[in-house]
Design a binder for this molecule. Structure first.
Ligand code: ADP
Length: 368
């Protein structure tokens, strides 16, 4: 039995706005789940319904197999970390950490032991006497996390916990959150709009758009087996390139080159004859020059960005644009004409109308 079950969950706000549509998900004990998607797609609303901070308009929430829609937040065995830290400014770090346990009437000795243990895990031992205003953003966030993990709760909810930190602190804190999850094994649901956070932290990612789940899967599945154009374009940086084209005699014409895409269409070849599709490939999948078992295209270099570990090359392929990631030692000159190859198995085709992937199992399995 799943630890947390969301069955057909909907949220319709009092003003009539339908923010979450038919959200279905089963979460196992100990899993680290990340809800990801652009701002406004319904991630926080879903998290807040799990926490009991928003009513569920329709659907069922089960926690440990028990119907929980009507349970008050404090009876849900849940701890939540907010983007704004929500620390008590007039209390020391020690008292902030201890507060929840003090309210529960836990013995002082036990509280002391727990506060010291959590402070140790989070590297806060030397800061216990400080007030929150005398801490850096990263340290404050650690106190907020500490306050949540000090209570032994079943589910740990985090809403954009790193968004107030600078880029460097975010990377450090991200690693710390992963470490805390390994140490505590707490079931965690984490909300972010940042795909890197989602990819690095999640056991499974739930990717949302306009209140609807697009795909649920491991980071690997979302990157290599996106189900639609949205997921393919959301995961990956720079994003996947998409070129709209029409299938004719099993071929598409891109930048004046005719590519036989029958291997990618597989059993769907007939169905797509004469139809519009998107031809997709990731910037990092390409190789400069002409390769075997690949689609070979010509392009003109518009701009290059040398990033150290690679160069992003912005190209025009006929009337289409694309970004290619290449070895910095092979950076082509601006305005030069180049030839590049996309391995057949690294190519994705999408139905231009439904935006769903057109998949052939042989190619998907050989890409693993
Ligand atoms: P996310 O966390 O993905 O950024 P939210 O869950 O906060 O998105 O919001 C989802 C949608 O619901 C947004 O369009 C937002 O404007 C809307 N929304 C959030 N809270 C309310 C509310 N109290 N009343 C009406 N609409 C709301």
């Amino acid at each position: 039995m799943a630890y947390l079950t969301l069955k057909g969950i909907n949220k319709i706000y009092p003003n009539g706005f339908h923010a979450v549509h038919d959200f279905n998900l089963e979460i196992e004990k100990g899993e680290f789940i990340v809800f990801v998607g652009s701002s406004g797609c319904g991630k926080s609303t879903t998290l807040r319904m799990i926490a009991g901070l928003e009513d569920i308009s329709k659907g069922e929430l089960l926690i440990n197999g028990v119907y929980a829609n009507d349970k008050s937040p404090r009876d849900r065995e849940i701890a939540m970390v907010f983007q704004s830290y929500a620390l008590y400014p007039q209390m020391s770090v020690y008292d902030n950490l201890a507060f929840g346990l003090t309210l529960q009437g836990v013995d002082d000795d036990v509280i002391d032991e727990k506060v010291k243990h959590v402070a140790h895990i989070l590297g806060l031992t030397d800061y216990l006497d400080r007030m929150p205003r005398a801490l850096s953003g990263g340290q404050r966030q650690r106190v907020a996390v500490g306050r949540a993990i000090i209570r032994k709760v079943g589910i740990f909810l985090m809403d954009e916990p790193l968004s107030n930190l600078d880029a460097k602190q975010r990377v450090t804190m991200r690693a710390e959150i992963a470490q805390i999850h390994r140490q505590t094994g707490a079931t965690t649901i984490y909300v972010t709009h940042d795909q890197t956070e989602a990819m690095t932290l999640a056991d499974r990612i739930v990717i949302m758009k306009e209140g609807r789940i697009q795909q649920v899967g491991t980071p690997y599945e979302l990157y290599f087996k996106p189900v639609n154009l949205f997921v393919a374009g959301f995961i990956g940086e720079p994003p996947m390139n998409f070129i709209r084209c029409k299938v004719q005699d099993g071929c598409v014409e891109i930048g004046g080159k005719k590519l036989n895409i029958t291997p990618n269409l597989g059993a769907h070849a007939k169905e797509y004859e004469g139809k519009e599709i998107y031809f997709g490939f990731r910037p990092e999948a390409v190789a400069l020059g002409q390769q075997e078992n690949a689609y070979v295209l010509g392009a003109n270099v518009e701009l290059t960005e040398m990033l150290g570990d690679n160069t992003n090359v912005y190209v025009n392929i006929g009337s289409s644009n694309a970004i290619l990631k290449v070895n910095p030692h092979d950076t082509p000159a601006t305005d030069s004409d180049i030839v590049f190859s996309i391995p057949v198995e690294s190519t994705y085709l999408f139905d231009a109308e439904t935006e769903m992937v057109i998949t052939t199992e042989e190619l998907v399995s050989s890409a693993q």
